[in-house]
Design a protein around this ligand. Sequence first.
Ligand SMILES: [Zn+2]
Length: 368
Amino acid sequence: MIGFSRTITQVIVVLSIALSSPAQAPTSRSPQGKPADDDGTLRAFAAIHPIDVHVHVFKTDPVFQKMLERLNLKLLDILVMDDTNPHRKQLRPQIDDALALVRSGAGHIALCTTFDPYKFDSASFSADAVKQIDHDFAQGAVAVKVWKNIGMEIKDRSGQYIMADDPTFEPIYRAIASHGKTLMTHQGEPDVAWGPPDASDPSWSYYQENPQWYVANRPGFPSKQRILEARDHVLAENPQLRMVGVHLGSMERNFDNIARHLDKYPNFAIDTAGRMEYLMLMPPEKMRAFLIKYQDRVLYGTDLDLLADANLSDVLKDWQSTYARDWKFLATDETLNVEGKQVHGLNLPQPVLQKIFRSNAVRWIPGL
Ligand SMILES: [Zn+2]
């Protein structure tokens, strides 16, 4: 799992969404508050020609492709190097498979490539990475991903965790900017990874399944602040580089902090991947005001995946119910029942929805 891919099990196990009182609801709520069926919801979602900027797809499938066509949906398929996952250990096969997927997707799938950070200590690391991403751009890749293993896993020869602002990465960032492409950064983890166990946190179940990323009480482990400061340093040093901080820029519990970052770094935007539940935890008027104020800086993403051995009918259900839920939350004034809790839809204005679900993706990730 890359962020919080929602397997069916996880959907069942997950999250507690805070109760927001009716007094906190947007004023334009319909009197009935009656949930529409998913079909109608998905038709409204499809009408905006949505782009999901954060998925992990490992196989082509005609039924899956049909869903993309039915929903007028475009995906950004993101590659990650992960030495703990057999499907993600090797870069070349991942790129080749993804390019085949893009070709078979008939315009519905684009590629966010990556480079191999485990080769960090090689003398030709930067040059090799630049050459490889240049090649991937020539093949149509529109973005490059940096993952949390930088900052939280990989160490240099001296035993120090490497950080995103290590000068070794700088030629890579410059190459991305010079091609007019976009850097997608997943740096750090949710706060709960550094904190005491908290079953009420939407991300908690992830650490039960992936304890290697739960870093509380690990002596010498970098603080989240240090990791995000390194990310911010990249933003400051590379004003020509567009960066999308995925998973709400890993600032999922602090929208004031996200706002400060968006104000300070004009080259920074965020995606919502795997963190929609945190938006749902916020008081609705506060969340609505944030999304309207920063309507040009938020990209819709899910972190949904399609694994090679997945049961396709489960996958389709999972994907469509996620899109229906997210559309209801952002676009309607319905009251959603999420894990037994009442969540009020934000009923965002149509032009804002158009940006979040589509045009911000096109503007921040040219080529999509
Ligand atoms: Zn992801």
